[in-house]
Design a protein around this ligand. Structure first.
Ligand SMILES: Cc1cc2nc3c(=O)[nH]c(=O)nc-3n(C[C@H](O)[C@H](O)[C@H](O)COP(=O)(O)OP(=O)(O)OC[C@H]3O[C@@H](n4cnc5c(N)ncnc54)[C@H](O)[C@@H]3O)c2cc1C
Length: 441
């Protein structure tokens, strides 16, 4: 008989679990409190512009194997645009193109780095020496220290921090080097930037994020399962979940793909006392991201994207062919959360105009800031030990999925995909064990 599996939460982790379980012949019921799938990587309809807008630009990297596998399962891989080059733009507009050379890793990035205009010779030498050491560090030995303190040990000066390390780490880890665990930061260099040209290329969806999850809907329904959108879970244990209206759902297994604060809030009290995986969740915290959609009356950005050197706004993405529609991203945006619409727009425009002076001739027709206060978990020193495993020590459920679980990744679509695929595998293994046990009995 087909196993029945309840999946709680329809973000990337829940979707990945559903796709794998449906393919393995399970009958899945996925419960999602919103009226759409995608969770923190999703789109909303903006009545003012009449467009579907992403909550924020989401970037993937060539090294994100599990996320790219999920895109294959969803049949959306062809919708990713790959940018091999990175454009770093300084105040005044001088632009450096970091383009990989046809050389083995980590030398592929070296020729372009040597020519980078935004760094002087001393800065390049110090950065290169640090990168050479980062490549060989056992990152797990550096979990308890911040990346800033590691940069101190590696002899990095303030100028190269502001121009080079900050833009990369703040946008990749969503925390400043002063707050982020060195474990997470080292990983960014070891698995992406130093790992070769294919690993470090930047992938951007060419359609609103919401569109890429449609395939999950049909996969669930076609395999005999159901999708309960707009339904909130208020309690769960190993085999049941109760909805906020009081209706109880039962299954052979439960995959909890809720955010950590909800998983910890809605797990059965008895379960929480017995299962140590839940104890760390109460100590986890969030870090915010701000995305700003900008609509101009004429072209202001011809590059596909821009890293803004030395600015508070870390990245700009061109969202249409003409360069009229842009998306600005500010990670680790704690300070920006209290600002109102006009103050946010002013600060972003200041960064934009300083680097693209010609944009002063353009009129901003509309701006739409999106504040995500709970964008990611805060990967500070000590966080790694709080992350729960997929299954309990005995291999039982509820099976936990979500970017915050033990994925070996920071809070990313890759981490979420890994966790969902791992939860699906754990459910199938658990069922296999149960069958074996029954046969032995
Ligand atoms: C602004 C922003 C920018 C980001 N940029 C990037 C990026 O560039 N690259 C990258 O790789 N990652 C990025 N991330 C991180 C990435 O989006 C997340 O790591 C990933 O989407 C997490 O997926 P998840 O399934 O673990 O969690 P979630 O997406 O949080 O999924 C949990 C789901 O559970 C649902 N839910 C909550 N409560 C209930 C309930 N009671 N009952 C039923 N359902 C419930 C939620 O609605 C949600 O759909 C960004 C995140 C944000 C917010």
């Amino acid at each position: 008989m087909k196993p029945r599996v309840l999946i709680l939460g329809g973000g990337i982790a829940g979707i990945a679990a559903a796709m794998k379980l449906c393919a393995a012949g399970a009958r899945v019921t996925l419960v999602e409190s919103r009226d759409r799938l995608g969770g923190r990587a999703s789109s909303f309809f903006d009545a003012k512009s009449g467009l579907w807008l992403d909550n924020c630009q989401h970037v993937t990297l060539g090294c994100c194997d599990s996320y790219l596998h999920l895109c294959d399962l969803l049949g959306v891989s062809h919708l990713i645009r790959w940018d091999d080059e990175q454009y770093w733009v300084e105040a005044g507009g001088r632009t450096t193109i970091l383009k990989p050379a046809h050389l083995p890793a980590p030398l592929h990035g070296f020729p372009a780095f040597l020519k980078a205009k935004f760094l002087n010779v001393g800065e390049k030498l110090r950065i290169a020496a640090a990168l050479a050491q980062l490549r060989f560090l056992n990152r797990f030995n550096h979990e308890a220290q911040t990346f800033a303190s590691l940069l101190d040990e590696l002899g990095q000066h303030e100028t190269e921090r502001t121009k080079f390390w900050d833009p990369i780490i703040i946008s990749a880890c969503n925390l400043t080097p002063k707050r982020v665990s060195a474990l997470a930061a080292i990983q960014v260099f070891q698995e992406a930037f130093l790992a070769g040209a294919p690993a470090s290329r930047i992938g951007i969806m060419t359609v609103p994020l919401g569109q890429i999850y449609e395939r999950a809907r049909s996969a669930i329904v076609e395999s005999g399962g159901e999708l309960l959108l707009g339904e909130s879970v208020s309690h769960f244990d190993q085999t049941t979940a109760t909805l906020s209206g009081g209706h109880m759902l039962a299954a052979d297994a439960v995959v909890c793909a809720l955010p950590f604060e909800k998983a910890s809030m809605f797990a059965d009290d008895g379960l929480k006392q017995l299962d140590p995986r839940f104890s760390g969740m109460a100590r986890m915290t969030h870090s915010p991201i701000l995305g700003v959609h900008l609509f101009f009356d004429r072209s202001v950005l011809t590059l596909p994207h821009a890293v803004l050197v030395g600015a508070e706004t870390q990245w700009l993405f061109r969202k249409d062919d003409s360069g009229r529609v842009l998306h600005a991203v500010i990670s680790a945006a704690d300070e920006w959360m209290a600002l109102d619409h006009d103050a946010i727009v002013q600060r972003v425009l200041r960064d934009l105009l300083a680097r693209f002076p010609a944009a002063a001739n353009a009129r901003l027709e509309m701006a739409r800031p999106v504040k995500e206060r709970r964008a990611t978990f805060a990967f500070s020193p000590g966080f790694e030990s709080l992350r729960p495993a997929t299954a309990s020590e005995s291999g039982d459920g509820p099976f936990l999925a979500g970017d915050y679980t033990q994925t070996n990744w920071p809070a990313t679509m890759e981490g979420a995909s890994r966790s969902g695929l791992a939860a699906a595998l754990a459910v199938l293994q658990h069922r296999q064990k149960g069958r074996m046990r029954r046969t032995q009995d």
